[in-house]
Design a protein around this ligand. Structure first.
Ligand SMILES: Cc1cc2nc3c(=O)[nH]c(=O)nc-3n(C[C@H](O)[C@H](O)[C@H](O)COP(=O)(O)OP(=O)(O)OC[C@H]3O[C@@H](n4cnc5c(N)ncnc54)[C@H](O)[C@@H]3O)c2cc1C
Length: 314
């Protein structure tokens, strides 16, 4: 495909970006998806809670999504990274530059670049991430039902994560990591038989096969665990949006780009969808956000096409 000028450039080809591309491709829009190939759930071999895809590979889902897009001749997907984005004057509103040095113009932009999970600094945890250490009880809890669960706190709100896991297993230990628990949270944990451990986890201990053995505490004792749940700090991949002037709002200590229900930001012509706008976005939620944004962008382009057509007749 030899277009250098697109209706829409979508940065990020995860669940959100590809869903938007599908809507736009079906609207006969010329769309370039640029994807760095590092979806948030790439550490997991299986994903769950995704209707018709429960317990399937997240990377296979994205490969299938890319394959579906080949039906639409005006959609191109390029494996690359967008390194900068700027507003420009003229028929197109934006120019993006790729790490290859390629430049592309587009009338609209969707940024669906997801987020990075910043894990607490506990040796051994990163090696288990996505396999025996997880974040979301709905995504990975059922697989470890009735097993020994270690919930490692990063903040008091993680008591809720422990309570969700208690729904799945009677063997839950909540490691406070020095976080002060409000009395109602402590009472609730105790009432449901969740062990509260105030000694600090200093290491996640794996076995020789790469499995999980347990956690080591600051008194050098080792405690067995079959699965770890932890809440990493979400870091939105929002550099391009901030460069374009997107406004953010602080929520739970994280600055999230502000969007309306369709994903529209305060920057004219720029949308955002998926995990870049909220940590709560699972795969189906990211798909829905991308789908909504794709339709909204097409509607916005139709409005512009009407204005141009009317001006041309006058
Ligand atoms: C360990 C783990 C397990 C999970 N399991 C589940 C599960 O079982 N079920 C579920 O529903 N959800 C699960 N999730 C959540 C799921 O990962 C997210 O909901 C989903 O990935 C969000 O989709 P997204 O399109 O917003 O972002 P992503 O899937 O993260 O996609 C963003 C894409 O943008 C690309 N990108 C970033 N910056 C650039 C750039 N500058 N240029 C080009 N490309 C760029 C990235 O490389 C990436 O491919 C899990 C998450 C984790 C961490």
């Amino acid at each position: 495909m030899d277009h250098t000028e697109w209706d829409v450039v979508i940065v990020g080809g995860g669940s959100a970006g590809l869903s938007a591309a599908l809507m736009l491709g079906r609207s006969r829009r010329r769309v370039l998806v640029v994807d760095g190939g590092e979806p948030r759930n790439r550490f997991a071999s299986h994903m769950h809670g995704v209707l018709s895809r429960d317990h399937s590979s997240p990377l296979e889902l994205l490969a299938a999504g890319r394959a579906e897009l080949t039906r639409y001749a005006d959609v191109a997907v390029e494996s690359a990274t967008v390194t900068s984005a700027a507003s420009v004057e003229g028929r197109s509103s934006f120019e993006v530059e790729l790490d290859s040095g390629e430049r592309h113009l587009a009338r609209r932009m969707l940024v669906a670049t997801g987020l990075r999970d910043e894990l607490p600094d506990i040796p051994g945890l990163a090696e288990q991430w996505g396999r025996n250490a997880a974040l979301c009880p709905y995504c990975d809890g059922w697989e470890v039902r009735d097993r020994r669960i270690a919930v490692i706190a990063t903040e008091a709100a993680n008591a809720h994560q422990a309570q969700l896991m208690r729904q799945l297993s009677p063997q839950v230990t909540f490691y406070t990591q020095g976080v002060r628990l409000p009395d109602p949270a402590r009472t609730g944990l105790e009432a449901r038989g969740i062990a509260i451990e105030s000694r600090t986890v200093v290491e996640v201990v794996g076995d020789a096969e790469g499995g999980l053995r347990g956690v080591r505490l600051d008194d050098d004792t080792e405690h067995p665990a079959d699965s770890i749940f932890v809440a990493p700090r979400p870091v939105p991949n929002d550099g391009l949006l901030l460069e374009l002037g997107a406004r953010t709002m602080r929520q739970n200590g994280v600055d999230w780009v502000l969007v309306d229900p369709s994903g529209r930001t305060n920057v004219p012509g720029v949308w955002a969808a998926g995990n870049i706008t909220t940590a709560q976005s699972s795969v189906p939620v990211a798909m829905a956000a991308g789908s909504l944004a794709g339709a909204a962008i097409n509607a916005d382009l139709v409005e512009e096409d009407i204005r141009r057509a009317v001006a041309a007749t006058g």
